[in-house]
Ligand binder design. Structure first.
Ligand code: SF4
Length: 455
C-alpha cells in the first residue's frame, strides 16, 4: 500500500482487494506509522485535542486518501485528524497542562466533559424539540422535526468508520450516554410510523447506519416491504459516509452482497431509496474502490445524493466544489446540498462567514453544467428549519441577504423569501438581523411559541 495519493481517472478494478478493517483511536494514535514523520510537538497537540473531541480513523483513509507529503494542509488529514486550533486557546492550554503533568484518567475525563459541555453538543434544539412520543412516552432514537420526515438513529449505527473532525453529531461518539440519541426499540419505532400516516420519508441516520451488519439494518427495513400498515413510508433515505470512509462495505465486506440485495428488494417494492452520501472533497471519489462501490450501489436502483458542509481548511474554495459536483455527475451521483457548518463542536475552526459561503457557492455553480446545479445551499440546518442563503442583493439602497426556508417546522414558511441585513462576519442564522428596519423575522413569534410549547 502506498502512502502517496493516487489519482484515478477511471475505475481500475484490478486494483481492488478486500482488506481488513483496521481502526485507530485516541488511545492508539501513536501507533499510526505515518505520524512518526511529525514532530513530537505536533503529536502532543493531537493527543490533547483527541482527549476532548472524538477521533477515529481507519487504515484505508490513512493509506489511500491522505497525501502525507502535504501535511497538515491536506484536506482529508484536516477532515480526520485533530488539529490544535480545533480547541479554543484557553481550553487547549488547560488540557495540555493536564497531559504535561501526567494527570490521571479521571482528571482528564472531567475536564474533557467540562469542555465538551461548552461546545453546544446538541445544536438546533435536537434534544428538546424533536422528540416524538407515543402515549406520552418519548420514543427513543427518533426525531420528528418536519411533518413528512422522521429521522431514525438505530442504536447499532451510532458510530462511523472514521470520524470527521467537524462532526455536528460528535456528542454521540464521546461516550456520554446523556448526549446520545439512539434506539434499539424496533417495535416502538415501527409503531410510531404506523401511527403517523403523514410520514412519507424515513431517514435512517447515525453515526453511520452502514456500520451496521446487513441483518441489523434488515430488521428495520424488511417490515416496510411486508407490512401494509407501513405503506405510507414511500421514501427511505440512508445517510452515510461509508462511500468515503469504507467503500469496501459495498464491495468486499462479508455481507456486502446481502446489503445490495436488501436495497434491491426495497427498490423493487416500489420505494424510492436514496443513499444520502456525505462528501466534502472530490478526492474522496478518486480511488478505484470508491468508484466500484458507487457503481454497485447504483446497480441496485437506489439514487445517490450528495451533501456536505462548507468548511475552512477543507473545501472553502469554489474550484473544490466545482470539481466535486462535476465528478459526482459523471459518476451518476446527484449533488443535493451544500451545508453551512453547524454551531457546535469545533465550529470556530471550520466556520466560513455566510457572505463568503454564498460567494463560493455561486462561483462553483458558475463552473458546472445544469446537472451539477441541483445542489442547494449554502443551507443552515437551524432550529426553525433549513434556511438557504439565496444570494446578496441591494434593495432600496440596503444591502441584504436573500433567504428562504427549504424546509421548516411549519410547512407554510417554506419558499417564502425573507431578508436579512448584509453582515460580512455572520456565520449563522442567529447572527442575522431583519432588513428594512423590521424587528423580527416573519417566523420568529411562531417559532418561540413552538419552543415554549415543547418543554
Ligand atoms: S460521517 Fe457524519 S456522523 Fe460520522 S463523523 Fe462524519 S459527520 Fe459525523
Amino acid at each position: 500500500m502506498s502512502s502517496v495519493l493516487k489519482f484515478y481517472s477511471d475505475t481500475d478494478l484490478g486494483a481492488i482487494e478486500a482488506r481488513p478493517f483496521k481502526v485507530f483511536n485516541e488511545r492508539s494514535l501513536e501507533k499510526i506509522p505515518q505520524l512518526a514523520k511529525l514532530t513530537e510537538a505536533q503529536r502532543f497537540e493531537m493527543k490533547v485535542v483527541a482527549s476532548v473531541l472524538p477521533f477515529r480513523v481507519n487504515e484505508y483513509v490513512i493509506n489511500e486518501l491522505i497525501d502525507w507529503s502535504d501535511i497538515p494542509a491536506d484536506p482529508i488529514f484536516q477532515l480526520t485528524f485533530p488539529q490544535k486550533g480545533m480547541l479554543a486557546p484557553e481550553s487547549y492550554e488547560r488540557m495540555a497542562e493536564l497531559h504535561r503533568r501526567g494527570a490521571d484518567k479521571a482528571q482528564i475525563s472531567a475536564l474533557a466533559k467540562e469542555l465538551r459541555d461548552g461546545l453546544n453538543p446538541h445544536p438546533a434544539g435536537q434534544l428538546e424539540m424533536n422528540l416524538p412520543r407515543v402515549n406520552g412516552e418519548v420514543v427513543e432514537g427518533l426525531q420528528h422535526k418536519y411533518r413528512e420526515t422522521v429521522l431514525f438513529f438505530p442504536s447499532q449505527g451510532q458510530t462511523c468508520h472514521s470520524y470527521c473532525t467537524f462532526c455536528f453529531r460528535w456528542a454521540q461518539f464521546v461516550g456520554d450516554k446523556d448526549l446520545r440519541i439512539a434506539s434499539n426499540q424496533k417495535d416502538q419505532v415501527l409503531g410510531y410510523l404506523r401511527e403517523h400516516p403523514q410520514v412519507t420519508d424515513l431517514l435512517v441516520t447515525g453515526g453511520d447506519p452502514m456500520v451496521m451488519k446487513t441483518k441489523n439494518l434488515a430488521q428495520y427495513l424488511e417490515p416496510l416491504m411486508e407490512d401494509d400498515s407501513l405503506a405510507h413510508v414511500q421514501t427511505v433515505r440512508i445517510g452515510t459516509k461509508a462511500l468515503t470512509f469504507w467503500p469496501y462495505r459495498f464491495v468486499t465486506d462479508n455481507d456486502a452482497d446481502e446489503l445490495l440485495g436488501l436495497l434491491t428488494r426495497l427498490v423493487k417494492s416500489g420505494r424510492h431509496v436514496a443513499i444520502m452520501a456525505h462528501y466534502n472533497h472530490w478526492r474522496e471519489l478518486e480511488t478505484p474502490i470508491a468508484r466500484e462501490a458507487i457503481r454497485r450501489l447504483r446497480e441496485t436502483g437506489v439514487e445517490i445524493r450528495s451533501q456536505g458542509p462548507l468548511l475552512a481548511h477543507i473545501n472553502d474554495d469554489p474550484a473544490v466544489w466545482a470539481r466535486l459536483w462535476k465528478t459526482q455527475v459523471q459518476l451518476g451521483i446527484i449533488p443535493y446540498y451544500m451545508f453551512v457548518e453547524r454551531d457546535t463542536g469545533a465550529r470556530h475552526y471550520f466556520e466560513v462567514p455566510l457572505a463568503k459561503a454564498a460567494n463560493i457557492y455561486r462561483e462553483a455553480m458558475k463552473q458546472v453544467s445544469g446537472l451539477g446545479r441541483t445542489a442547494r445551499g449554502p443551507s443552515m440546518s437551524a432550529g426553525p428549519g433549513k434556511v438557504e442563503i439565496q444570494g446578496v442583493a441591494e434593495i432600496q439602497g440596503e444591502k441584504v441577504f436573500v433567504l428562504r426556508f427549504i424546509q421548516a417546522r411549519n410547512p407554510d414558511w417554506v419558499q417564502r423569501p425573507f431578508f436579512a441585513k448584509y453582515d460580512e462576519q455572520a456565520t449563522w442564522l442567529n447572527h442575522l438581523k431583519p432588513a428594512f428596519g423590521e424587528e423580527k423575522f416573519f417566523f420568529e413569534d411562531e417559532y418561540e411559541a413552538m419552543q415554549a410549547g415543547s418543554g
